[in-house]
Write a protein that binds this ligand. Structure first.
Ligand code: NAD
Length: 319
């Protein structure tokens, strides 16, 4: 067990982009008391002022985080920089449709980060998150893994939720991951789903629940469309991703290594190079320490390579 010294509680997080996602992340970090200090940066001063005030007004009753609105120079000395700047997905759009607009915004953010960066992990949330992660790595050139994106952690969480509903069991006993693109070409790892350590197919046999290609297909399609459903209902998604970011922030800030399906630039895993996509990865205080490339079945491997080709073409097309 790693010990935490008092200085390790004195953490600083910068959040670039104080829209729905950025503000929800700040709120969740504050409630969970995961950091000592949060600075929020946004080109829209009115938004960031209002969000900071609103979050601060709960602090006398819960938490003690110091939260303030800042400028880009305030990112210096951060242990974690979270980037959520960028426009949101419109109804009917795929995430990759936002690439041009959000790459432009990310480039501006990267220029500012480069100027004031002193240390810390950079965690990307803005979509299309695989492409933005790839670009940030290209522009900032930090060691592989120090810049990574939330990728399929949210999709994996949705996968677990949908499975839990189907199996009528709690989410805490289900282990299930989605890899590849955070988007349409994502790959659910059916061959590795377990319930309390029991392979899914055996578990379904044991409780006499039907489980075939039909159920798989239905579950996959519900998981894939969850984000769209939420956007059709309220125009944005932010709570789910904010909680996922807090989970990753805890691993980084408090040295609690974990494994999650996040996006980082591959370096030969499954024969794939120079593209950012999600694989289950060990995350520690320096970001992605290692990507796990264990054995996939032929179908999953083919799908992963298709996903990688799709992302590669977008990354290489965009300047
Ligand atoms: P939003 O429009 O509410 O907020 C975006 C904020 O970014 C705005 O306040 C805007 O002023 C700010 N901004 C724009 N350019 C900036 C710059 N150069 N510097 C600083 N701030 C800047 O959008 P949102 O709902 O918060 O979503 C933000 C991003 O997160 C979107 O790209 C969305 O698709 C993405 N998202 C990702 C996931 C995921 O799983 N990775 C989930 C949900 C949303």
């Amino acid at each position: 067990m790693l010990s935490i010294t008092s200085s390790e509680y004195n953490r600083k997080v910068s959040i670039v982009g104080a829209g729905y996602v950025g503000a929800s992340i700040a709120y969740a970090l504050m409630i969970k008391e995961l950091t000592r200090e949060i600075v929020m940066i946004d080109i829209n001063k009115k938004t960031v002022d209002a969000e900071v005030m609103d979050i601060r007004h709960g602090i006398p009753y819960m938490g003690s985080t110091i939260i303030y609105n800042g400028e880009y120079h305030d990112i210096n000395d951060s242990d974690l920089i979270i980037v959520t700047a960028g426009r949101n997905r419109r109804s009917g759009e795929e995430r990759l449709d936002m690439a041009a607009d959000n790459i432009r915004i990310a480039r501006n953010v990267a220029i500012k980060i480069e100027k004031y960066y002193t240390k810390g992990v950079i965690l990307l949330v803005s979509n299309p998150v695989d492409v933005i992660t790839y670009k940030m790595n290209e522009w900032l050139g930090l060691p592989n893994g120090m810049i990574f994106g939330t990728g399929c952690i949210l999709d994996s969480s949705r996968f677990v939720n949908v499975l839990a509903d189907y199996l009528k069991i709690g989410t805490d006993v289900i282990n299930a991951q989605i890899i590849g693109e955070h988007g349409a070409s994502q790959v659910p790892l059916w061959s590795k789903v377990t319930v309390a350590g029991i392979p899914l197919i055996e578990y379904c046999d044991a409780i006499e629940l039907p489980f075939s290609g039909v159920e798989k297909h239905k579950i996959e399609s519900v998981v894939l469309n969850r984000g769209t459903e939420i956007i059709e209902g309220k125009g944005k998604t932010h709570y789910g991703i904010a909680t996922c970011v807090c989970y990753l922030a805890d691993a980084i800030l408090n040295k609690r290594p974990t494994i999650a399906s996040v996006t980082s630039v591959l370096d030969g895993e499954y024969g794939i190079y120079d593209v950012s996509l999600s694989l289950p990865s060990i995350i520690n205080y320096q970001g992605v320490e290692r990507r796990l490339a264990d054995r996939l079945n032929d179908y999953e491997l083919t799908k992963l390579k298709e996903s990688s080709k799709q992302l590669e073409s977008i990354c290489q097309k965009s300047s």
